[in-house]
Each structure stands twice: as C-alpha cells, then as structure tokens.
Design a protein around this ligand. Structure first.
Ligand code: SF4
Length: 364
C-alpha cells in the first residue's frame, strides 16, 4: 500500500469538507476531524472514535495528519523554552514558550527568515527563505501545546518570532481563524498580539478585518535618519507615514497600540530620544515596552546600563506615557528579542550552548 500523501494538517474546516467529500457524504465528519486534530491534538484516524470504522479505514489509506515536528528544545533557567520546528520541506523556524507566573505566552514565527534587514536582529542575517503556510503557523502552537501539555491552559500568543507578519498577512489571519475556533484552540484573535516593524500597507489591511489581533509596533528610533539606518523598511514607509496610518487605525474600547522600543547603548537610550518618543505618541492611545537590547554575539550593538533604561522609563512617565520595562527572558539560549535566527555559529551570551541545539532567538 503506498503512503497516503495528502496531509490534512493546517486545513480550515471548509477545506477539510472539500477534501473529504469523496470519502464521506456527511459534512459534519469534517467538523469532527477538525476538533480531533486541533482541539484534542490527535493525529491518528484510528483514535477518532466518533467516526464510523469504515470511514476511519478509508481516511487512513488516503490521508495523513502531519503537524510540523519539534527538532530541538532548549530551556533557560527562567523556564523560557525555545523550540526549533522542522517543516515538511526541511526548513526550520523557532518558537518560544515564555512562562511568567501563571501566565504563559507563546511567541511564534510567520516566515522562514526575513527580508527586512533590521540591523539589530539576527533573523535578518538569514534573509527571507519563504513564507509560512497557515498550517505551519498553527503547527507551532500545536507542537508547543503538545510538548508542554497545555491542553487545559489558556495562553497568550504573540507574533514576534521570525519574520514580518504583515508580509504574510493572509496566512497569519487564516491561522488565527483556526486557532480562535472553539473546537480548536479557542484562542480569541483579540488575545493575540501581532508585531510589525511598521509595514504601512499591512497596518491598513489589518484595520479592515472585523476581528483583529492587538497591534504592536517595533519602533526603535524616533528620527527618520536613525530609523533608516537601523530598519531599512523606514526608507519606504517613513515615520510620518507610519504614524498617519496608526492615527487612523480603529482601536477597540480600552485598546492601546504597544510600541516596542529596543534600547541600545549610545544609539537610542538618551533622554532626548525619550522626549522625541513622547512627542510622537502624543494623543495616540498607546503604551511603550522598553526592551534592553539582547546580545547577539555580533558586537555591533550593546545593551545600555540598567540605570539608563530606568532613566528613559522615568522620563516617559514624567511626560505622561504609560511605559514598562520588559523582563529579559531566555537570553542565554538565544530565545530573547532579536536573537532568533537558527544560528549555530554564534556563541551564546553565557558562553555555553543551549542544550546543544541551535543558538537563536526572538526577533523584534
Ligand atoms: S526585527 Fe522583525 S522585521 Fe526586522 S529583520 Fe528581524 S524579523 Fe525581520
């Protein structure tokens, strides 16, 4: 008997219905299989006990359910765990599980590599290899839930891993649709945060979705000259254009736009920078997350002294901007912001490899 070739993993219910039509006359079987795959984490048709036995046998012959596989796991002392996920074509992406008290956040990728070339980000060095499919985006959450036994837990989801989600928005939104379904992960889209470096057409496109994730902007600099140098996307969509899109962005009641600001010593950690940031955010429902730059082993940038991070925060507070300093998590396994890149040739900050796995980490 030849191996069944059609992989059902990653299909929305409507697609399952179409694909299963030759096998079963009952559309509700597609809904049952949807629930087994995403809600219960079952990939063996034989265990789908509410399907008739003859249907299970035919499904087994014709289809398979093949989620992406976990290729390696590295766990930091603070519990942050980085997963390398291997895709069917052998490409790999990274996803990170971040525990904080009882709260769990999963940080997932939207592309293999990234084309946008931010200078402080290790992922940029990979270039863009390809977009992820909706199934590969869902597959990261599926695999992490399976590995960590999170079936009874709610978790937050952030699209801050490898890639720029706005450059693969259709697939991202299709994946969030699957994840939101009550028979699946029941993770409401509005509990998801999508982070962009300022892809203006993407922001405008996202604004048109009736159900949208929360929006985070990785800003990093407050002048075009500086931003052009650190984040080349700014040459296409400069600060004025970005903020014009943000001022038109429809926010839900009490919703704020989060501004991620990675602080780098001597680059963007001055009080003058804080003042310019406050001026940019004036009148916009927003909050700022300050992130102390995580070392990447490349040496071009370095983290500022802690007192400078606090001074920057205090100045923003004085200027009436809600701000917090994000705790650094998983830096020694290259799972922190700006470090995701499947690098095997960069020494980790602590000098020891994270469990022999690839050294990489989250991006902006
Ligand atoms: S920070 Fe984000 S957008 Fe910029 S290169 Fe890294 S992954 Fe791409």
């Amino acid at each position: 008997m030849p191996e069944p070739t059609q992989n059902l993993f990653g299909s929305e219910e409507i697609t399952l219905r179409e694909r299963l039509a030759p096998v079963t006359p009952h559309p509700f079987h597609a809904g049952q299989i949807f629930h087994w795959i995403y809600g219960r984490g079952v990939t063996d048709f034989g265990k789908m006990t509410d399907l008739p036995l003859p249907i299970r046998a035919v499904l087994n012959d014709r289809f398979r359910i093949h989620p992406p596989a976990i290729a390696s796991v590295a766990r930091a002392a603070d519990g942050t765990t980085k997963f390398t996920i291997r895709l069917e074509d052998g490409e790999e992406v990274e996803s990170v599980l971040i525990p904080e008290g009882r709260r769990i956040t999963l940080c997932i990728s939207s592309q293999v590599g990234c084309a946008l070339g931010c200078r402080f980000c290790l992922t940029a060095e990979m270039g863009l290899r390809r977009n992820l499919t909706p199934g590969e985006i869902v597959g990261q959450v599926w695999s992490l839930r399976q590995h960590a036994g999170l079936f009874d837990r709610t978790f937050n989801l952030v699209l801050m891993g490898m890639g720029e989600p706005m450059c693969n928005l259709d697939a991202v939104m299709a994946a969030l649709g699957i994840l939101a379904d009550q028979r699946s992960f029941a993770t409401p889209i509005r509990r998801v945060t999508l982070s962009t470096v300022g892809h203006v057409p993407g922001i405008r496109a996202l604004a048109r979705y009736p159900d949208r994730p929360r929006l985070a902007i990785s800003l990093v600099a407050t002048t075009d000259a500086q931003r052009d140098r650190l984040m080349p996307i700014n040459r296409k969509y400069p600060i004025r254009e970005l903020f014009s899109a943000l001022r038109e962005y429809p926010l839900r009641p009490k919703e704020r736009i989060t501004f991620e600001f990675v602080l780098m010593a001597g680059i963007n950690d001055s009080l003058e920078e804080a003042r310019r940031l406050a001026r940019l955010l004036h009148g916009l429902r927003s909050k700022v997350n300050l992130i102390r730059y995580n070392r990447t082993g490349r040496g071009e940038f370095s983290p500022p002294a802690e007192y400078r991070v606090k001074r920057f925060r205090d100045r923003l507070l004085e200027l009436g901007i809600p701000v917090s300093i994000r705790k650094q998590k998983g830096e020694e396994i290259y799972a922190a912001c700006g470090q995701l890149a499947l690098r095997r040739d960069v020494p980790p900050p602590g000098g020891k490899a994270g469990g022999g796995g690839p050294q990489s980490g989250r991006s902006g």
